[in-house]
Structure formats: C-alpha cells, structure tokens
Design a protein. Structure first.
Ligand SMILES: *Cc1c(COP(=O)(O)O)cnc(C)c1O
Length: 331
C-alpha cells in the first residue's frame, strides 16, 4: 500500500533501529527481547507522536496554517512534540492542558512542562480534567482566527485518520526490517493510550502480509473498552485509505493488568521496569506508558506467556522526558 499521495514532512532520517537486548533478556529470563527504538525518532526527545506529526503537519502546511493547536495531560509527550514540530516549521503553537487534580499544572515543573517553556510555547490554557476537549480546541481555534491567524487543530494524541498514517508507515517499515534480517518475532508488545498506535501498527503489518501477533498493554482503559477502541481505529484507518480491513477482530489483543490505579498513576512494577532497562541497557522508559508496558512484558515473560526461546519485540514509543518530572519515584 502506497502512502505517497498524502502530504508528509520528514522528521527522522531513515528507519528506527531494531536492537537485541542481551543484558535485559538475561535479567528477565525467558524470551529474547528486542526493541524498536521509536524513542530515537526525530523532534525534541522523539517518541511515537513524531510519526503521527509527519502527516498531521504535512496536512496543516498544505492548508496554509500558521498556528498549531492541540491538547493533552499536564505532562504531555504529544504536546511537547507538536510544539517541537511547530518550532521546526516556523509555526506558532498553543496548548490546552487538562489537569488531573486542581493545581497539578505548575509552570516551574520539570519534564515536558519545562520543555514547553524552553521551546517557546505561545500560550498554555489549563482546564479541569473532564473538560470537553474537542470543544475547547474549537474555541481556541476560533479565538486564533479572530486574531487573524490560520489555526490547525490536532486532536488528543494526534489520533485521527491523518495522524494514523504514521503508524501504518511504521508497520510497513517494521515488516521490511523483519523480512530483510530474517527475524520472525513471536509477539510484539506496545503501550496503548488512545489506541491509535496499536491499531495502525497492526494494520500496517497486515497490509504487508506480516501476521505476527501484537499485544497492547493498556495504560488508560479496561481491556474490553480498549480492544473496542483499537478495532475502531483499524476500521476508520482502512476506510480512510480505501482498503478492505486486513485485520480480524479476534487479532485485537489487549492486557489491562498493568494499568494499576489509573492513567499516569505509578505502580511498583513500572518503577522496577524503568530501573531494570536503564541499568541493563542504558535505555530510558517513561512512567505513564512504556514503563507500564515493559512491566507487562516482564510479567508475561516470567509467567511463560512469552516462553523461553521465543522472540518478543517491544515498541519503544518514547516519553522519557517525563521521567524528569517524577525523579523521586526512582531513587
Ligand atoms: C501517546 C503515547 C503512547 C500511546 O499512543 P496511542 O497512540 O495514544 O495509544 C505510548 N507511549 C508514549 C510514550 C506516548 O507518549
């Protein structure tokens, strides 16, 4: 399937590496663990949103936009990367941040909040959790338009059919890497938030004829709700591309045992996973997504769900700058 017809900017040179984690695999015991280093994607700090933004910003520029408007949690990787893309393209960027508890946003916080300021965000609007974010984005765009701007709205997590193309492209890239190196993975593990990454990765792999199972570790929703979301993402993307759905409903697999008390709330297993990968491989995970997803991989390996001798690929979706807003968890 050819994605050439869609406007796209390039923020990463070539492909992200697939690496074998010898020390980490030995420490976990059981399967051989590999990682696809999407934490090394371009733009400030990398991570999965960079792939989505290649197509979203391509579309924004094609339409003549001069201001990107998006939203996220207080420590949002998506907001950081949208802002980074705006900086690179010479656009302005305004952010709407939803606070989980009143006062959760502190302008002097570390991690992504520090980077919003360092990268020169034009405006931050803080709203309570539960705010109708699509309405808040529309209001911010109307305000910008009234100031003579040409705003472009990017939805939460960049997870619309345009942003989706980024992970379809990743699925294709990965299928090519597997074919060239002759590496057949038995399972792929990826963190799941808005479910865009899991759904589109699956679609990209299947559209290349690659049948490897993909396990999503939910950091947001209970299993059934998340599986439904992944399935919807697959369907919407296939529609947008004008192709038949290349995925079976029964292939959508989500685990929710590693979510803990809720989205962005730490768990002991997440802390262990972050420390173990750092100490064995020098690779940084994040507390909200990849730390919990890796905690899932470790547990499934220990339980033999990923058996000894099998090959498991972890998609590192990034997020490590958020570590520097929660250092006290790890000391
Ligand atoms: C946003 C994000 C995810 C989740 O991606 P979705 O497409 O929303 O499921 C995973 N990992 C990191 C680090 C993220 O920032």
């Amino acid at each position: 399937m050819n994605l050439e017809r869609f406007p796209r900017r390039r923020y990463t040179e070539g492909r992200t590496p697939v690496e074998y984690l010898a020390n980490f695999s030995r420490a976990v015991g059981g399967p051989e663990v590999y990682v696809k280093r999407d934490d090394l994607l371009g733009l400030t700090g990398g991570g999965n949103k960079t792939r989505k933004l290649e197509f979203l910003v391509g579309d924004a520029l094609a339409g003549g936009a001069d201001t990107l408007i998006t939203c996220g949690a207080v420590q949002s990787n998506h907001c950081r990367l949208t802002l980074a893309a705006a900086v690179k393209e010479g656009l302005k960027c305004r952010l709407i941040l939803a606070e989980s508890t009143p006062g959760a946003y502190r302008p002097d916080a570390g991690g992504n909040v520090f980077l919003y300021h360092l990268l020169g965000v034009e405006r931050i609007t803080v709203v309570p959790w539960g705010t109708d974010l699509p309405a808040a984005l529309a209001a911010a765009a109307a305000e910008a338009a009234a100031e003579g701007r040409r705003p472009y709205i990017i939805p939460l997590g960049g997870s619309n059919p345009i942003g989706a193309l980024g992970y379809v492209a990743c699925g294709q890239e990965l299928a090519a890497q597997m074919a060239e190196t002759g590496t057949a993975f038995d399972n792929i593990v990826v963190a799941g938030g808005s479910a865009g990454t899991q759904g589109r990765l699956l679609l990209g792999l299947r559209s290349e004829g690659c049948r490897v199972p993909v396990t999503g570790i939910s950091v947001l929703n209970p299993r059934e709700a998340q599986e439904k979301l992944v399935w919807e993402m697959v369907g919407k993307t296939a529609d947008y591309l004008g192709i038949a759905v290349p995925v079976e409903r029964s292939e959508i697999a989500v685990r929710d045992e590693y979510l803990g008390p809720g989205y962005t709330l730490p768990t002991a297993a997440m802390v262990e996973a972050v420390k173990l990968l750092a100490a064995t491989e020098g690779i940084l995970l994040d507390p909200s997504y990849t730390g919990k997803a890796m905690a899932g991989l470790i547990d499934l390996a220990r339980k033999g769900v990923f058996p000894a001798g099998s090959k498991v690929l972890f998609i590192h979706t990034g997020g490590w700058p958020a570590l520097f807003a929660s250092q006290s968890l790890f000391v």
